[in-house]
Design a protein around this ligand. Structure first.
Ligand SMILES: [Zn+2]
Length: 514
């Protein structure tokens, strides 16, 4: 049977701040779990992404903080990479855009222009009378014409719909708040998406591996005429278009994502026709990935890089309010990792995951769940196993066929929640806890031979590994004597004492006591 080969993309993070708990618990955790599971299942997987330094949000943050945007982008890119490492996220490539990749992006669009697939056309843009210059997307704030949420020019994070300069409600300068803005029509490069409606319909008729809300957005977008999408915009921050007829323009960073990801795919070395793209991102980027990028990939003859599947997530709120860096309503992922093990944070993020609906993070809630659902049961199991070890310590023994069947069934069920058709982190976490509580109760009632108990721990370690890689890997090594590099259902186990405090740091115990 040919192996599946997956190219997994992390959402290119905007390099104007670090990763908060909402980012980390969303697409970054999901992509990493998907990667870790499929690697153990024997598939070839590559994780790739790049730093989205050319977003106008980087320029606006730099202006607000009176910093050089280049320095800001470098700083946060490094911080983001470190955070991913702290959380044990496997990333094969995290590209920092350079002259070579930017030339590739530019040429992708200039070729589409030469081929008359994108055209020079007038579009309305915002001009600031106070600054005496054109504003970029993040430079203009307003309200979404569709859901009335506060948003920036270009995209509404709340409903994921795009807006333009004529539809954004009550536009004002993001930084100064001034509404002394003028609409000016200027020639830019434009992608007439409506021309690709049949291709989009055909794509979504034959590809259905997307979550319900994403497909709903696609259906609603296709129910009306598709707007023109600007490929170039006036501005200085971004990849210069370098076209004599359109001076002073840069490539729209949302269009750039398509081409920059193609650049990343090309570097993975996966040439096989079996390689499948699986994109991970937050729901707010669905319109770009689902409509703009799909249409652009088809328009540029790059069908082989069309998404095989998409796993997107909803927002993760903090204490029932949106994470907000500017309002300091935020918990940074790397700060949280100073107080708790990354396994504990990852487990709670899976247990409480915003995969299909918005979810709420509170540190107190996390501590409570970890204590009652994971740590206390684990302590009870370890204590019970230790009390029964006796003369068996260090023995290699075989579990009974009955428990091998039960453990294998649990592992298979949990594994299903990591696969494309059924990807569901909450379900996986819940079933991991079922396995743990089964083990605890059977041990407490003295109905489980020690070898069988250790076998179930071996299954637990493997089933939970994609979510809690440090503890999962360590427990598997202890009870099998091997590194975990492929799923293993063999009945052999090694009976030995197990670490009691594998999920907690001192601070969790302190919070627990308080
Ligand atoms: Zn909206």
């Amino acid at each position: 049977m040919p192996q599946d080969e997956y190219i997994i993309t992390l959402p290119p993070p905007t390099a104007n701040g670090g990763l908060h708990v909402g980012h980390m618990s969303g697409p970054f955790l999901a992509a990493d779990v998907f990667y870790k599971y499929h690697r153990l299942a024997g598939h070839r997987c590559v994780v790739t992404s790049y730093s989205d330094v050319n977003q106008s949000y980087v320029r606006v943050t730099a202006e607000r903080q009176k910093r050089d945007p280049r320095e800001l982008a470098r700083h946060w890119t490094q911080d983001i990479r470190e955070t991913l490492e702290i959380y044990g996220s496997d990333v094969d490539e995290f590209y920092y855009p350079d002259e070579t990749s930017e030339a590739f992006v530019r040429e992708t669009f200039l070729k589409l222009f030469r081929d008359r697939i994108i055209r020079k056309k007038e579009m309305p843009v915002f001009y600031s009378l106070e600054r005496d210059e054109y504003l970029d997307e993040a430079g203009v704030a307003g309200y979404c014409p569709r859901c009335l949420a506060g948003c920036k020019w270009g995209i509404c994070e709340a409903c994921a719909y795009i807006n333009d300069a004529t539809t954004l409600v009550s536009p004002r300068d993001t930084i100064t708040g001034s509404d002394a803005l003028e609409l000016r029509n200027i020639e830019v490069l434009v992608f007439e998406m409506e021309l690709f409606r049949p291709a989009l319909i055909n794509f979504y008729e034959t590809h259905r591996s997307f979550r319900p809300r994403y497909l709903e957005l696609i259906t609603m977008a296709l129910a009306q005429p598709l707007p023109d999408f600007p490929i170039s915009v006036p501005g200085e921050w971004g990849i210069p278009l370098n076209h004599a007829e359109l001076p002073g323009q840069v490539i729209n960073a949302w269009a750039e994502v398509m081409a920059h990801l193609v650049w990343c795919y090309g570097r993975t070395g996966t040439s096989s026709a079996h390689s499948r793209i699986v994109n991970f991102f937050g729901f707010d980027n669905s319109y770009f990935y689902g409509i703009v990028h799909v249409a652009l990939l088809i328009a540029s003859g790059q069908q082989r890089w069309l998404p095989h599947a998409t796993i997107n997530n909803e927002f993760y709120n903090l204490e029932h309010k949106k994470f907000s860096t500017s309002n300091n309503h935020v918990v940074w992922a790397r700060d949280l990792a100073l107080r708790y093990t990354t396994d504990a944070i990852r487990f709670y993020a899976a247990f409480n995951n915003p995969g299909f609906e918005k979810a709420n993070f509170s540190e107190a809630g996390m501590v409570s769940v970890l204590r009652t659902e994971l740590i206390e049961p684990w302590h009870a199991i370890v204590d019970e196993v230790f009390s029964q070890i006796g003369a068996n310590e260090g023995a290699v023994a075989l579990a009974t066929p009955e428990i091998v069947a039960l453990g294998s069934a649990a592992l298979s069920r949990i594994g299903m929640s990591y696969t494309l058709g059924h990807f569901h982190l909450r379900q996986a976490a819940e079933d991991i806890l079922h396995l743990l509580s089964f083990l605890r109760e059977r041990l407490a009632h003295q109905r489980l031979p020690i070898t069988d108990a250790v076998y179930l721990i071996k299954c637990f370690a493997q089933a939970a590994y994609p979510i809690i890689p440090i503890a999962g890997g360590e427990l598997y090594r202890l009870v099998s004597g091997r590194q975990l590099d492929v799923f293993d259902l063999s009945p052999a186990v090694i009976v030995k004492p197990l670490p009691r405090s594998i999920f907690e740091r001192e601070s969790l115990i302190a919070a627990d006591a308080a």
